[in-house]
Design a protein around this ligand. Structure first.
Ligand SMILES: [Zn+2]
Length: 367
């Protein structure tokens, strides 16, 4: 049977949640283990604790895919004095790889928040706080008969996607000039002679993490020995990447009805919320995990409710009567992330087991 290396799994996960989209304070990626090892099975979890490593050992799974990174603040010694040290020591002793996909999974459309939106029943989703400086522009010059296949190759590599539109490009025809020297092996033209060729100037936008893929697609498909191009970083908002989501309910609901339903669908035993606005809930902003930093964006988006977690007492005042805050608990808001990870992994890998951790890692109980 075909074997799969750990780095094949992590590379696949990074096509969904590119590591470059993680926040600066985060530590997503492979935390322990040899990326070249063969995968014997995957255990998916929200938190990687000692019990989870035990579970992986029992199941003979040598890769743990976790949302929260167990190594977050850095370690200066490994004596087993804390749960973090003990978890890491146990994983290393048993050759278990730990891979965390944290804020990069928060910052993509098909990530943590998508799962919450699905459960609440939100439609017309968009990123609440789109990231900047994650997009690039490619301008290239292609001899006219080759323009179509080159642009197609660029589209296939992931260039030209803008929101709900794909294959976006801008093209204009003009004249390109060049003079090959003695060392050149020109596709068109003669050494030492100035050439004038009809060329298409094509412009396409793409996400920064695809740069090497796009550039190799360009060089492979372009007929010229020396491909002329300009690459630039863009300050545009990236509609595909950023924190939180905003969406709408297909039918507006009274605030109390909405909260009661939220409690059931998000499987939480407690919702801490601020005052009702006095109008039905239609627009809903969401952010799995600690999301109070997004409150100003949620208010600016015109949302009626902001569903998130980890709000402090004083932060509940910051809604200013413009939005209802619904704090459903950190674990509760992200608990379905495990399902998301298991689903996408199962769709792509079938030669080993992908297990769903049975251990409840929520450290908080409600009396
Ligand atoms: Zn979290």
């Amino acid at each position: 049977m075909a074997t799969t290396k750990i780095n094949e799994v992590t590379e696949f996960l990074e096509t969904l949640a590119p590591r470059s989209l993680q926040e600066s304070y985060d530590n997503s990626g492979l935390l322990t283990g040899n990326p070249e090892s063969e995968v014997t099975g995957i255990l998916v979890t929200l938190d990687c604790l000692e019990d989870i490593v035990e579970e992986a050992i029992r199941l003979k799974n040598n890769l743990i895919v976790t949302h929260h990174p167990i190594l977050f603040r850095g370690l200066k010694k490994l004596t087993g004095a804390t749960y973090v040290e003990r978890t890491v020591i146990k994983a290393i002793k048993h050759d278990i790889a730990i891979y965390a996909v944290h804020t990069n999974l928060d910052n993509v459309l098909e990530g943590v928040n998508k799962k919450i939106a699905e459960r609440i029943g939100l439609v017309r989703l968009s990123i609440l706080d789109p990231k900047r400086d994650t997009l690039m522009k490619l301008v290239t010059f292609i001899p006219t008969p080759h323009a179509e296949p080159v642009i197609e190759a660029l589209n296939e590599a992931g260039a030209g996607n803008i929101g709900h539109y794909k294959n976006c490009s801008f093209r204009i025809t003009g004249t390109g000039t060049f003079q090959p020297n003695e060392q050149a092996r020109p596709h068109i033209g003669t050494k030492g002679k100035l050439e004038k060729v009809e060329e298409v100037r094509a412009e396409l936008i793409f996400p920064r993490h695809l740069e090497s893929r796009i550039m190799s697609a360009l060089k492979k498909s372009h007929p010229y020995e020396e491909v002329a191009y300009f690459l630039s970083r863009l300050d545009n908002e990236n509609q595909e990447a950023g924190a939180g989501l905003i969406g709408e309910l297909s039918t507006p609901e009274e605030p109390m009805e909405f909260l009661k339903r939220l409690k059931i669908t998000m499987n939480t035993s407690c919702i801490r919320h601020s005052a009702f606005l006095g109008s039905p809930v239609k627009k809903v902003a969401i952010c799995g995990g600690a999301g109070s930093f997004l409150l100003p964006k949620a208010i600016a988006s015109g949302a009626d409710v902001f569903v998130s977690s980890d709000f402090k007492y004083h932060e509940f005042f910051d809604g200013e009567g413009k939005i209802m805050i619904a704090d459903i608990g950190h674990f509760e808001s992200e608990q379905f992330t495990k399902e998301l990870l298991q689903e996408v992994l199962k769709q792509n890998f079938s030669n080993f087991a992908i297990n769903f951790s049975e251990t409840v890692t929520n450290p908080i109980s409600y009396l």
